[in-house]
Design a protein around this ligand. Structure first.
Ligand code: FES
Ligand code: FE2
Length: 340
């Protein structure tokens, strides 16, 4: 498996994909993971492998409280502990509490289900967008990119591909390259493009009324958050990447808004988001055809500086995890310039 940062919260899926009393088996980090939502609404995750004979537990049944293995009916609570072995007679005692499948910290917030991945305990809560409060996303689009998490993050951060990859009529013409100057400040585990007023208009900006400003932040492991605020309200987006295997990465893109009359636009916004992500998926596919042959990559200033920062953050974060020391963000506050 490729090297991904550990001891961090990753987005597992949009919360709406997990109904009350339901469960789903997903491959993440090269491991089978069972996600479930109990009858009381709480979400949970554990390794999707029966400790008896290795059957996928998600192929069994879930009654809203316990998961039953489809092979011999062993049952497991939402903490992964075995609660019943039906073949045992009353006089055949076993310590069921010593049998189980490993559970992973799992939380729900702002319409997302998060999983904490790594050996360390989940000492803090998953990231939130304060401007969004407890709103759920109006649009949730998910797709798999045929690349490792690093190349998926490069695509998230890369400002220079916009006019080339996303140059449909919806977007803008590739002829209109302009000089951009953006100021960045380091954050807890990433960096933030300081709040600024957009240089060009667009539908979102028109809908938000006057005094529009944007803030874009990135943090480990692969989380991009954009908040656009205007006189009429706020639009937020979360884009998160999570490894499925060493060569496949799940991308979740969510849009939130505080303006109720935008809700009829959901189908349009959803179609737009999916079309946009398909373009990224396509470029990752054609990139893999080159990378498969061991092609090296070149990182240039300043358009690829964010990618360099990501690699540096990840390296320092992982080093701190390994020697159990405190992570210190190594990035400078600086201004970057490029043409897009
Ligand atoms: S394999 Fe799961 S109960 Fe036997
Ligand atoms: Fe893109």
């Amino acid at each position: 498996m490729t090297s991904y940062a550990t001891n961090l919260w990753y987005v597992a899926m949009p919360a709406r994909e997990l109904k009350r009393g339901g469960m789903t088996g997903r491959e993440l980090f090269g491991e089978p993971v069972l996600f479930g939502r109990r009858a009381d609404g709480e979400v949970f995750a554990f390794r999707d492998i029966c400790p008896h004979r290795g059957v996928l537990l998600s192929a069994g049944r879930f009654d809203g409280r316990e998961v039953e293995c489809p092979y011999h009916g062993w049952r497991f609570g939402s903490d992964g502990r075995c609660t019943a072995i039906p073949s045992l007679l009353p006089d055949q005692k076993m310590h069921l509490d010593r049998i189980g499948t490993p559970a992973y910290p799992c939380r729900e917030s702002q319409g997302l289900i998060w999983i904490h991945w790594g050996e360390g305990a989940a000492v803090e809560d998953p990231p939130v967008i304060p401007e969004i409060g407890d709103l759920s996303p109006g649009v949730a689009a998910t797709l798999d990119l045929p690349c490792d998490i690093d190349n998926a993050v490069y695509g998230l951060l890369d400002p220079a591909h916009g006019p080339y990859v996303h140059n449909s009529r919806w977007w803008r013409s590739r002829r209109a390259l302009r000089e951009k100057t953006k100021h960045y400040v380091p954050s807890r585990r990433g960096f933030t493009m300081a709040r600024h007023s957009p240089t060009q208009g667009g539908l979102t900006y028109a809908l938000l009324g006057g005094n529009v400003s944007t803030e874009i932040s990135f943090e480990l492991p692969g989380l991009r958050i954009e908040v656009i605020q205007g006189d009429r309200g706020t639009v937020g987006s979360v884009t998160a990447v999570t490894p499925v295997t060493a060569s496949r990465t799940r991308l979740c893109h969510l849009l939130y808004w505080t303006i109720p009359w935008l809700t009829p636009l959901k189908p349009v916004a959803g179609a737009f988001a999916r079309a946009f992500l398909k373009q990224d998926q396509w470029i990752m596919e054609v990139q893999q055809q080159g990378l498969r042959h061991g092609a090296p990559q070149i990182l240039i200033n300043d358009a690829d500086t964010l990618v360099k920062w990501y690699l540096r953050l990840k390296r320092d974060w992982q080093a701190a995890q390994e020697d159990n020391s405190e992570f210190v963000n190594p990035l400078p506050e600086t201004t970057l310039r490029w043409q897009t």
